[in-house]
Write a protein that binds this ligand. Structure first.
Ligand SMILES: Nc1ncnc2c1ncn2[C@@H]1O[C@H](COP(=O)(O)OP(=O)(O)O)[C@@H](O)[C@H]1O
Ligand SMILES: [Mg+2]
Length: 262
């Protein structure tokens, strides 16, 4: 057997999603997600002991899917697998090429998508170091990112948009701190912050999907910041939170604690 066949046979035993989605509409998604390179990457994660099994998809999106995976102790993790299609490549190109941390990475589709995954991993780490609640990043390779699973036995944590808020003001304050502390402490702007990219847990909101987050010295960072503020304020206004103006949030975010390096 070739190493690919060997990996595939091994994976069929370990990856439920390969078996469970051989009929119906899901088939195409699955076939596309688990292309040869992706299979080999999952195989490597298994050989390295990061994961033991890949179960069902938590989410299937345009640019990738998120799977529920477990290690040998049955501890849950979230495995995010990016498609390597042209549309994904087109969208991520500008975010990678514009980021000073990825200078020189241009052109090649695979290279860019790998850089993108690397970027999401680094951004998660940077937010975490700054004390902002995000899933803890575990490892990444190629187009796959492994991170802490946000949820419990009953399922993944719901997106903010699907939750009835007990205390909208409190959640609003928490989410504002993602923006303000994200900028001041992590020196990042999320760039796609909305009720879709925040998960709600018993302990409060958690920010996800940080691949496009940019360092605050990026030429476009202030525009992204303004857009994040606008989206969050619009959402919380609809939920009757005590929302302050976009300008006030912007001012507070930019009223820096004096440190301007980086
Ligand atoms: N670490 C995680 N734990 C649990 N669920 C997650 C996790 N990361 C993502 N998800 C689920 O997968 C969905 C898509 O993930 P996201 O990172 O927003 O990717 P995209 O929006 O690019 O498809 C999320 O809305 C959430 O429901
Ligand atoms: Mg998302």
């Amino acid at each position: 057997m070739s190493s690919y066949e060997e990996a595939y046979a091994y994976l069929e035993r370990r990856v439920d999603a390969l078996k469970t989605n051989k009929t119906g509409d899901e088939k195409e998604t699955e076939a596309e997600v688990f292309d040869k390179k992706t299979l080999m990457t999952i195989y490597e994660f298994m050989k390295d002991g990061y994961i033991d099994s890949v179960h069902y998809p938590i989410s299937t999106g345009k640019e990738g899917n998120v799977f529920y995976a477990t290690d040998e102790e049955n501890e849950p993790m979230a495995l995010k697998i990016f498609r390597t299609s042209t549309s994904t490549f087109k969208r991520v190109a500008k975010y990678v090429e514009g980021d000073p941390r990825f200078k020189g990475v241009t052109g090649n589709r695979w290279k860019l998508i790998y850089a993108w995954v690397n970027k999401e991993f680094k951004n998660l780490d940077r937010y975490m170091q700054a004390g902002i609640p995000v899933p803890e990043p575990i490892t990444f390779a190629q187009n796959c990112l492994l991170m802490e699973y946000i949820g419990d036995e009953t399922g993944p944590a719901p997106q903010l948009k699907d939750v009835v808020l007990e205390d909208p003001d409190e959640t609003y304050e928490d989410v504002l701190s993602f923006i303000i502390d994200g900028w001041q402490e992590a020196h990042l702007v999320h760039g796609d912050l909305s009720e879709y990219n925040i998960l709600m847990t018993e302990d409060g909101p958690i920010m996800i999907d940080v691949g496009q987050a940019m360092t605050k010295d990026h030429y476009n960072a202030k525009e992204l910041l303004e857009r994040d503020i606008h989206n969050i304020n619009s959402f919380f206004r609809k939920r009757d939170a005590d929302v302050v103006t976009d300008a006030e949030v912007l001012e507070e975010t930019l009223s820096d604690n004096g440190d301007e390096e980086e």
